[in-house]
Design a protein around this ligand. Sequence first.
Ligand code: UDP
Ligand code: MG
Length: 316
Amino acid sequence: MDISVVIPLYNEEESLPELCAWIKRVMDEHQFSYEIIMVDDGSKDKSWQVIQSLKAENEHVTGVRFRRNYGKSAALNVGFAAAQGDVVITMDADLQDSPDEIPELYDRIKNQGADLVSGWKKKRYDPLTKTIPTKLFNSVTRSMSGIDNLHDFNCGLKAYKKDVVKSIEVYGEMHRYIPVLAKWAGFSNIQEQVVQHFPRKYGTTKFGPGRFVKGFLDLMSIFFVGKFAKRPMHFFGPLGVISFLIGIFITIYLIIEKLMSIANGTAYRNVTDQPLFYLSLVAILIGSQLFLTGFIAELVSRNGTDRNKYHIDQVI
Ligand code: UDP
Ligand code: MG
C-alpha cells in the first residue's frame, strides 16, 4: 500500500464527509493505493456514526474509536500503530489542511529520501493570540532541538516514512514535538514543505489557551528525557556537587573567620548570627538532595523496560 492517511478527530462531525471525499478525489486522480484511518478520540457528537457511514461507502476507510477523550497524541499513536502504507500522512480533521498537498509530500518521502516532511503554514488563518506565541514556541524548539530548518513544528499535516512512525512513541501531548522525537530516534532527513492553510470551517478549536503553558512544560520534559533518561545522574550529579561545594566553602570560610578572630582577640559574631551560615546550610541540603535524586533516578531508569532499546538501522 502506498499511503496511510491518519486523522485524529474530536467532535468533527460536519467536516468528515467533505474531508473524506476530498482525500478520495486526490488519491483516485493519482492512482495511489491508500487507507484512511480515522481515530475518533472519544467524540461526543455524531462523528462515529459519520465514520461508520463513510466506511460503508468507501472500503479504504477504517475507524478506531476511543471510549473517552485521550488527546491528539494518543489518537496519533494508535493511528501510527495501525498504519500499513509505505508513507504515512497525518492531517487534522477540521479541513484546515489541504489533501491536495499529499502527492508532493508522498514524492518527497518516496523519491527524494526524506524521513519526515513537516508542513509549514506560511500564511496562516488563525487569530493573532495563537500565531504570536507559536512563533516564539517554534524558535525555542528550533534552537533546543537543532532542527533549524523547520518553521512550524506543530503543523497537523506531516508525512513520514513508515519506519519513522513505527519507531517513535507519541504520548501525553508530545504531538507538538514529533520532529524532535524522530530526530532522537535517529531519523535525520527532516524536511519542510510550504502548505496551504484554511480557516476552520466548522466547529471550534479543541485546545484552549492552556496549550502554550503545557507546550513549554513538555518542551523541557522532552529535552530532559531525550538527553538524560538513560543517565539521569549526569544531570543531577553536577548540580548537586556544585551546590554542595558552595555550601562547604562558605562553611570553611565561616570557621576560619571565627578562628582568626579568636586568635587575634578581636570581637566576633556567632556563626549562627551570620546570613552566610543559612546560605551554606541551604546549599549543602539542596546539594545532597540533588545527589540523592540522581541516585533514585538511576534506579528508576535501570528498571525501565526500554533501557536497552536502540533503533537499529541495518544488520548484515
Ligand atoms: N483533536 C483530537 N483530540 C483532542 C483534540 C483535538 O483528536 O483531544 C484533533 C481535532 O479534532 C483536529 C486536530 O486534533 O482534527 C487539531 O485540533 P484543532 O483543529 O482543534 O487544533 P488547532 O487547529 O486549533 O491547532
Ligand atoms: Mg485546526
